[in-house]
Design a protein around this ligand. Structure first.
Ligand code: SF4
Length: 100
């Protein structure tokens, strides 16, 4: 069970310069519930292929390719379990959303 909860970030130079700006609080939900109930919509609605369900000898897991993110914030709004925490990246490179 522990191995299903692992989250793996694809490390790139982009990520080394700033904190990871999106986190999934409990990736076991992605594998154990969301796959069955919603077929992992994040893998479809994200325009930048940030979220991938991958499977290897250790089992299925969510892979987060954070460096691909184009900061559209869709995942923060559309995640059915609201377990994705997305924050505007430091350094001003992300969008500055306001409540209207
Ligand atoms: Fe994908 Fe947009 Fe979420 Fe970035 S903010 S991970 S591009 S859905």
């Amino acid at each position: 069970r522990d191995r299903l909860q692992g989250v793996y970030y694809a490390a790139t130079a982009h990520d080394e310069d700033q904190p990871v700006h999106l986190k999934v609080r409990d990736t076991s939900i992605c594998i154990e519930r969301c796959t069955v109930e919603y077929a992992n919509p994040c893998t479809r609605f994200c325009p930048a292929a940030v979220y991938e369900i991958v499977e290897d000898a250790a089992g299925k897991r969510l892979q987060i390719n954070a460096a691909n993110c184009v900061h559209c914030k869709t995942c923060d709004i559309k995640d059915p379990y609201e377990i994705i925490d997305w924050v505007t990246p430091e350094g001003g490179s992300g969008p500055n959303y306001q409540n209207l």
